[in-house]
Ligand binder design. Structure first.
Ligand SMILES: C[S@@+](CC[C@H](N)C(=O)[O-])C[C@H]1O[C@@H](n2cnc3c(N)ncnc32)[C@H](O)[C@@H]1O
Length: 373
């Protein structure tokens, strides 16, 4: 299972769209490798001495570094270019998706009506979308996650997967790495005696983190939940296009509505950095409530831990919160998921938290896990 598997729900660019998308990637790469790479030097040579002159000491926090960096014209130029690259990337992706919109909607309808269907989709017309998700276009995705243009609309999911593929290629996360596969490998290594029969992926989005569990545990019933209806329609059609049975539901991580002790594996991938503190805490409590005795919780996300970072690194990595509509970036980078697992009721000795290498490069995911007694 590759991170970017090819299937019929994946939009396909024409020549000009592809060329434009490649241009935006080159721009993003250039800004990252040649403009952003100089920011620390800029800080050391220009901004820090300016702060020192004014305050008689070095800056002590990311916020203090911001007061001198945000005024620096070279940093402003970097920041503008970085944001432009991101906006241009989404616009370039939108060309393909708006052209393919009718075809994708028709394919969605065909998959949902097929008698070969392996999974299911449950949307809730009265669902109360959390405000932060309804009002913010996270990392500038056009329309955000929660736009919904009608009963066969799959655009937000198509943006997430097709745009995300381009996004990660431009940012060096790797082109053939699957978050789900890392999760499966981690679970098999840490819990060799464990074979789940009912699995829940929280914040599943387009389902690229969910489907690998169907492949890895073919006898398991696999469920995915998310708050975004259009994304879930896409995820459903995508899984069917790949011949994988997943049961998708529109539900909130903080209050899933499933029965007590009804799963033996509850996990999330790359989702906590988009959750508020209270949602993450509630998700850990839900993980405990939903698991049967012996069940496993595994929550995995980007490897940003501010307690390991210098103030400069906190400022540097904090760009996304300020400029790329990631409202919970800092909350995620400073919270302690393993403590939340303990507070939720998992036995102390079962809780583990650490870094796990990605499959195709030297970057790491940050995993927090625990097992119910
Ligand atoms: C960055 S995506 C991660 C998607 C997927 N797990 C993956 O690895 O590709 C985060 C997802 O979490 C969903 N989400 C945000 N808040 C949520 C909540 N309170 N409950 C369930 N899902 C939520 C968003 O709609 C989005 O699809």
């Amino acid at each position: 299972m590759a991170r970017n598997p090819v299937h019929t729900m994946l939009a396909s660019p024409n020549h000009d769209e592809w060329a434009r998308q490649q241009y935006t990637l080159s721009l993003k790469d250039f800004v990252r490798d040649h403009v952003r790479a100089r920011n620390e030097d800029l800080y050391e040579r220009r901004a820090k001495p300016r702060f020192m002159k004014e305050h008689g000491r070095d800056p002590e926090s990311a916020q203090e570094i911001g007061t001198v960096m945000w005024d620096d014209p070279a940093y402003q130029m970097f920041s503008r270019l970085h944001r432009d690259g991101q906006e241009m990337m989404w616009n370039a992706v939108a060309d393909t998706l708006y052209r393919e919109q009718g075809r994708l909607a028709a394919d969605y309808t065909r998959y949902t009506q097929s008698d070969q269907r392996k999974g299911s989709l449950e949307l809730d017309p009265n669902f109360d979308i959390p405000r932060a998700m309804a009002e913010v276009d996270i990392h500038l995705q056009p329309g955000g996650y929660c736009s919904d243009y009608g009963d066969d609309d799959v655009l937000a999911g198509a943006f997430y997967e097709y745009g995300g593929n381009l996004y990660t290629m431009g940012r060096g996360v790797g082109v053939s790495e699957s978050k789900g596969e890392v999760g499966v490998r981690f679970i098999n290594e840490r819990y060799p005696d464990f074979t789940p029969t009912r699995v829940l992926d929280i914040g599943c989005s387009a389902g690229s983190s969910t489907v690998p569990y169907v492949t890895a545990f073919p006898n398991a019933e696999v469920h995915g939940i998310d708050v975004a209806s259009s994304i879930l329609r896409y995820a459903h059609a995508r899984a069917e296009a790949m011949g994988k049975g997943v049961h998708y539901h529109q539900r909130d991580a903080a209050n899933t509505g499933f029965e007590d002790e009804s799963f033996d594996l509850v996990m999330s991938h790359n989702a906590m950095h988009e959750f508020s503190q209270s949602t993450t805490e509630a998700m850990m409590q839900e993980s405990f409530r939903l698991l049967r005795p012996g069940g496993v919780a595994m929550h995995m996300d980007v490897n940003i831990r501010y307690d390991e970072y210098s103030p400069w690194m906190q400022f540097h990595r904090g760009w996304d919160q300020v400029n790329n509509n990631e409202p919970f970036w800092r909350v995620y980078a400073t919270n302690n998921p393993s403590e939340m697992l303990r507070n939720a009721g998992f036995p102390e000795e079962s809780v583990w938290q650490g870094k796990v290498q990605q499959l195709d490069n030297s970057l790491h995911w940050f995993i927090s896990t625990a097992r119910k007694r």
